[in-house]
Design a binder for this molecule. Structure first.
Ligand code: ADP
Ligand code: MG
Length: 238
């Protein structure tokens, strides 16, 4: 569970070929970071994997099955949005439970899953609060909790920390890495922040104008950047 393969995946918006053609293998349990400058197609690629956008060409295989035509809810993935996507009028408990209620799960099972997620995320004492009564980091944990209860085969994050202040970003970076070690679930994480990429990733995918410039571990990219773009972006000495 948790492998994702892209085969010649492309995306065109009107006249703009935003993703010309991408081949990529994401293995089960990997923490993969898509990094690159603003507008290079990171969010588009993630949305194609999630099924929030249709591909213009190519194939997406999830857990060995062709998922290209599947609806987002049938792909077994969970997208984590920025914390402001929480429902302000609902308690933490109900925010986390929401996707399960929508799926028609029974109340006892929902309660059990919410309690489990709250324990993993250290939110046990905050279940009856509203989002506005939480810190930015706690809110982000609630957003992650909403994904965890669905037990996805992979988590997709799109710049989840970009609206947090610098100190909190460092904390959350560590928390998400620890969560990955604990759950061992595939995570695909989009950021334009080189430090996040270098510190969190098992595998970094460097994107530039919708193309993959290089794929490798942080150390590989640092030691042997393939070109000046990668060197400049990763901040390595080439
Ligand atoms: P990133 O997340 O790396 O900043 P995006 O994937 O959001 O980049 O965008 C890549 C390119 O695709 C940009 O030029 C953006 O303007 C364009 N784009 C994204 N979504 C749409 C859309 N729905 N319609 C038209 N153009 C889009
Ligand atoms: Mg983006």
């Amino acid at each position: 569970m948790g492998s994702i393969t892209l085969q010649k995946v492309s995306k065109v918006f009107g006249e703009a070929k935003v993703i010309p053609s991408i081949d990529l293998d994401i293995r089960d349990g990997e923490f993969v970071v898509f990094v690159g400058p603003s507008g290079c197609g990171k969010s588009t690629l993630l949305r194609l994997i999630a099924g929030l956008e249709d591909v213009s060409g190519g194939k997406i295989v999830i857990d060995g099955k062709d998922a290209t035509e599947k609806a987002p809810s049938e792909r077994g993935l969970a997208m984590v949005f920025q914390s402001y996507a929480l429902y302000p009028h609902m308690s933490v408990r109900n925010n986390i439970a929401f996707p399960l209620k929508m799926a028609g799960m029974d109340k006892a099972e929902i309660d059990r899953k919410v309690t489990d997620a709250a324990r993993v995320l250290n939110l046990g004492d905050y279940l009856d609060r509203k989002p506005r009564q939480l810190s930015g980091g706690q809110r982000q944990r609630v957003a992650i909790g909403r994904a965890i209860v669905r037990q996805p085969s992979a988590f997709l994050f799109d710049e989840p920390l970009s609206n947090l202040d610098a100190a909190l970003r460092v904390n959350m970076r560590i928390e998400i890495s620890e969560l990955h070690q604990q759950l061992k679930t595939t995570m695909v994480y989009v950021t334009h922040d080189q430090v996040e990429a270098m510190t969190m990733a098992d595998k970094i995918v460097v994107l530039n104008r919708g193309n993959i410039e290089q794929v490798g571990s942080p150390l590989e990219l640092y030691r042997s950047p393939r070109n000046l773009f990668v060197a400049g972006f990763i901040g390595s000495p080439k």
